[in-house]
Write a protein that binds this ligand. Structure first.
Ligand code: GLY
Ligand code: MN
Length: 462
């Protein structure tokens, strides 16, 4: 946990942003894996952690905006639990670490809410995403699961996003720690990426690195020599000479701040000319995007800049053709780059995605594109100092997409299908860095993981 003052000042800031009423932040509860006592590894809710810091299951926090009061509802563990878990700090001690003195038993929460709701006070809550919590919420408030999404408070959602969007010095230190673990994971993956190695062996080792830091991965490891499948969780193949291994992975710190990096390397450690050519375009797109990041520019414009670098590079290789700006305007590049350039990152690897992608990444000024490819961009809005985000351009040769668009004759002014088809089986390349927006531009979070062709080949040398 951070110092109590950090949580207090976050709660004070929230008090200034929500006019009146009460807000309920339900922490997560243990979730059974295959029978009640055998639970998934516990992960606290990030919004609860942000304001209350208590990393334990079965705790709730309440804000009373009218009285300026914060309350923790939670129980001390009982003798039975002490026998299995050892002695634990009291809930009063836990709450004190977050600067809260008002601690009440969980059994009082339903009554407290009933009184507040029946007296007609405004009731704020954030969208819920776990089955257990949705059920608990319905039992506590009477708000049916089917109605919860629509009844979530937009005022609270926007207030929370406006705070969590801007990372303070404590959070940036944590993000740097997460990046250092991610760095180790990726260098380990590169060093193992030689012919004959099982993907699952590498995936297991790098997840183990996250665990060995007392933490966990920030999302399930994506690792495959079929990198053209964007989120490939199948790790069953044996690495082969001539293929490329895409690894998209990161870790969480003990306080649950994330890293999220992608590197793609030639199996065996030496790029072929063809691999070099495609790789360098993705690297150029990433570098040019990062160079252009600064407060006041929209991330949507950076996404389109990366798309133009990709289209231009593919045109140099005769895979695309025609006017580059027009190709990108019409969306032809999305055959090779069918996803967004990046997303916000913080305590959630896709930060605050549970509060609604458009609430986090878009605003009145910048609306989400409806065009295939750019429509998947999670972040479009103007950048501000303190934002932490990823840049992750890629080039993929997805047989189903190439074949379908060719059949439909789509973008035949911009795509040389006969050339593109020569790359079927090539796989995909994605390169992803984590970036902090500063007052004047941007900087990497953590030391950059080897990324140039030389750096990769040097790192992989045996
Ligand atoms: N690294 C996984 C993602 O950004 O979706
Ligand atoms: Mn990412």
């Amino acid at each position: 946990m951070f110092k109590a003052e950090v949580y207090k000042s976050r709660r004070e800031a929230l008090q200034t942003k929500v006019r009146s009423g009460i807000a309920l932040f339900l922490g997560n509860v243990d979730s059974p894996m295959n029978y009640p006592a055998n639970t998934f590894h516990f992960r606290q809710d990030s919004n609860f952690l942000y304001f209350f810091g208590i990393d334990l299951q079965g705790v709730a926090g309440v804000f009373d905006f009218d009285e300026g009061r914060d309350i923790i509802f939670g129980d001390d563990i009982e003798l039975d639990d002490i026998i299995w878990m050892g002695t634990q700090p009291s809930m009063k001690d836990n709450a004190a670490k977050a600067g809260i003195e008002d601690v009440r038993p969980m059994t009082e929460l339903a009554g407290y809410l009933k009184k507040a709701l029946s007296s007609g006070r405004e009731f704020h809550f954030l969208p819920l995403y776990r089955g257990e919590t949705k059920i608990q919420f319905e039992l506590l408030t009477g708000i049916k699961i089917a109605e919860q999404k629509n009844k979530a408070s937009l005022e609270l959602i926007k207030a929370v996003i406006s705070l969590r969007n801007i990372k303070d010095e404590y959070e940036i230190t944590e993000l740097e720690k997460a990046a250092a673990i991610g760095h180790q994971m990726h260098v380990a993956s590169m060093k193992m990426a030689h012919p004959g190695e099982y993907e699952r062996n590498i995936a297991g080792i790098i997840e183990g690195i996250a665990l060995s830091h007392g933490t966990m991965v920030s999302f399930p490891v994506i690792l495959s020599q079929n990198g053209e499948t964007l989120h490939n969780h199948d790790h069953s193949q044996i690495l082969q000479e001539g293929r490329m291994l895409l690894t998209d992975a990161g870790a969480e710190t003990v306080t649950h701040y994330a890293s999220d990096f992608t590197r793609t390397v030639p199996v065996g450690g030496k790029f072929s000319l063809r691999q070099k050519n495609i790789y360098q375009i993705v690297l150029d797109a990433n570098n040019k995007a990062i160079e252009a990041l600064k407060p006041g520019v929209t991330y949507q414009s950076i996404h389109l800049l990366a798309a133009r670098v990709i289209a231009s590079g593919l045109k140099d290789l005769n895979i695309m053709k025609g006017d580059v700006d027009e190709a990108v305007r019409q969306g032809a590049h999305a055959m090779f780059f069918p996803h967004g350039l990046g997303h916000m990152m913080g305590m959630d690897v896709h930060d605050m995605e549970g509060l609604g992608e458009d609430n986090v990444g878009y605003d009145e000024e910048i609306k989400r594109s409806k065009q295939f490819g750019t429509a998947y961009l999670r972040l479009g809005r103007k950048l501000e100092p303190g934002f932490v985000l990823t840049t992750e351009p890629g080039i993929y040769f997805i047989p189903a997409l190439v074949n379908l668009w060719k059949k439909e004759g789509k973008f035949s002014d911009f795509i040389n299908y006969s050339e593109a088809e020569k790359y079927l089986g090539f796989g995909g390349i994605r390169l992803e860095d984590d970036i902090l927006i500063t007052e004047t531009g941007s900087r990497f979070i953590g030391e950059r993981i080897p990324i140039t062709i030389n750096e990769i080949e040097e790192t992989m040398k045996r």
